[in-house]
Design a protein around this ligand. Structure first.
Ligand SMILES: Cc1cc2nc3c(=O)[nH]c(=O)nc-3n(C[C@H](O)[C@H](O)[C@H](O)COP(=O)(O)OP(=O)(O)OC[C@H]3O[C@@H](n4cnc5c(N)ncnc54)[C@H](O)[C@@H]3O)c2cc1C
Length: 452
């Protein structure tokens, strides 16, 4: 087997990824936005809803709250890095699929697809660049029955996918080596990938147009009000980018701080108190690498190739029209890479990813890694699934985090759900009660089988 691998390491994986992935108009938009969001030197004293984190979940929540409540709700979003250098949202690969095992995830992603189809009605001139190529999930003998039952559930809930035998897979995808594959499932509609940066900017710009106030600063502490029944969270202390420290009182607060949500929870006493406060918000950063490789061979998977996920979680998809592909894989939980930086481990590609790619697609035997980046999953160590809903102790605190690698596609549904909880007092469209914090307190995991 011939293997030629060369790496182009840039100053930082993220930068290379951003500039490789984004067109110049995206970059212009980013610069324009940075000007719009000049660091605030003053923080208003009070607001109705304070959102901590202006990434995908925070900005979607701000959008839905302002769209529905207008001027009757004063919404402030605190974002510690308006360039989003380390945020998960712009570093994701922007995949949308319905191939999940948990009904709530299927429903949220179906809504994601509906939202994207009608995006102009929501976010105006937002160029998502959606590629409707579908997902192809491959299963070995061991995984075949799970794939079948999941496909049945997904179709019952409104997704459209088809289960294929190895023979049918080979007919449809001549580049595939079906060794070790018992079944494959291909999404026929409402699956593909999009530009996550465009979605984030769409939410943020529209939320601001509706009157949400974005402030550049970091929440570093909370203030509490003592009540006979316990303490209530009342204000946040914010370190602004000019170094000033100011505080803001809020009626309600949404924790949407991505991979830092566990830390923010700790500031609120989650995991350091007694009773309901003895349980931490179990969300922490986990580094994931994405590699961009080049393959020009005649037998390379073509432009319509779905995002393909192999039996061990290795995935690849096309990235544009120049013969580039993205790929990645989550490491084994015993070999998690350090999270103090966003450096890329190139050996991980060689040792863990390339052998699977080369086995599955002959044309990938000789590939060249052109670029790479790393990003953080906002990883829920309890059950790798989203945590959404009201905190059981603080009835004015709401949580939207922990989606562990499948969150960006669910931002439309989650932002809408947070707005329902705050405005209507309950979930009205998709019932997400089972994904609440209570399951962590009660020790009842809601695992999502299809996490990669
Ligand atoms: C490599 C990779 C690939 C992925 N692929 C996919 C995919 O294909 N499909 C999919 O659906 N999802 C994918 N994801 C997951 C997806 O990116 C995340 O689930 C989603 O973007 C999380 O959004 P968020 O708003 O929680 O986090 P973020 O985007 O990280 O936003 C949180 C924000 O909070 C801010 N913040 C943190 N602490 C504070 C504080 N104390 N004060 C103020 N601000 C604070 C941060 O600066 C950050 O901007 C991927 C993720 C990665 C890393």
């Amino acid at each position: 087997m011939l293997k030629i691998v060369s790496f182009v390491r840039s100053v930082s994986g993220r930068q290379s990824a951003l500039f490789l992935k984004k067109s110049s108009s995206d970059i212009t938009q980013k610069c324009f936005l940075s000007k719009l969001t000049k660091p605030s030197s003053e923080l208003q004293k009070k607001c109705d809803v304070l959102i901590i984190g202006g990434g995908g979940f925070g900005s979607s929540s701000a959008y839905w709250l302002k769209k529905r409540a207008g001027d009757s709700l004063n919404v402030v979003v605190i974002e510690k890095d308006c360039t989003y250098t380390r945020a998960s949202t712009p570093l994701s690969v922007g995949g949308l699929r319905q191939q999940f095992s948990c009904p709530e995830n299927i429903q949220m992603s179906l809504y994601g697809a509906e939202f994207f189809e009608t995006i102009q009605g929501h976010l105006g001139d937002c160029e998502l660049n959606f590629r409707p190529n579908g997902y192809l999930l491959l299963a070995s003998e061991n995984g075949a029955s799970t794939l079948l039952s999941n496909s049945k559930l997904q179709n019952e809930l409104g997704a459209r996918n088809e289960v294929l035998t190895p023979e049918k897979l080979k007919l449809r995808y001549p580049w595939i080596n079906t060794d070790g594959i018992a079944l494959g499932c291909i999404g026929i509609e409402k699956e593909g990938w999009f530009d996550p940066w465009a979605l984030l900017m769409g939410f943020k710009n529209t939320a601001r147009q509706h009157g949400a106030n974005y402030v550049d600063g970091e929440v570093i502490e909370f203030g509490f009000e003592k009540k006979p029944e316990g303490q209530k969270m009342q204000k946040a202390v914010v370190k602004l980018t000019n170094g000033d420290v100011q505080s803001i009182e809020f009626g309600k607060c949404v924790i949407a701080a991505g991979a830092c949500s566990g830390q923010v929870g700790k500031l609120a006493g989650m995991g350091t108190g007694t009773g309901l406060l003895s349980t931490a918000l179990p969300v922490e950063p986990r580094k994931r690498f994405v590699y961009v490789f080049d393959c020009q061979g005649e037998n390379a998977p073509g432009l319509k190739t779905p995002l393909t996920i192999d039996t061990n979680g290795t995935y690849f998809r096309r990235d544009g029209e120049g013969g580039n592909y993205l790929c990645g894989k989550s490491p084994d939980c015993t070999c998690e890479p350090p999270v103090d930086d966003l450096e890329v481990d190139f050996r991980f590609f060689e040792d863990e990813i390339w052998p699977t790619l080369a086995h599955r697609v002959k044309a990938f035997e000789s590939v060249k890694v052109r670029s790479s980046w790393a990003g953080f999953y906002e990883y829920n160590t309890f059950d790798e699934n989203g945590i959404i809903g009201r905190h059981p102790y603080y009835d004015n605190v709401f949580i939207a985090t922990g989606f562990s690698g499948h969150g960006i596609q669910q931002t439309p549904a989650v932002g809408r759900a947070i707005a329902e909880l705050i405005i209507d007092g309950k979930f009205k469209t998709i019932d997400l009660t089972r994904l609440g914090f209570d399951r962590i307190i009660n020790g009842k995991p809601m695992p999502e089988v299809h996490i990669y």
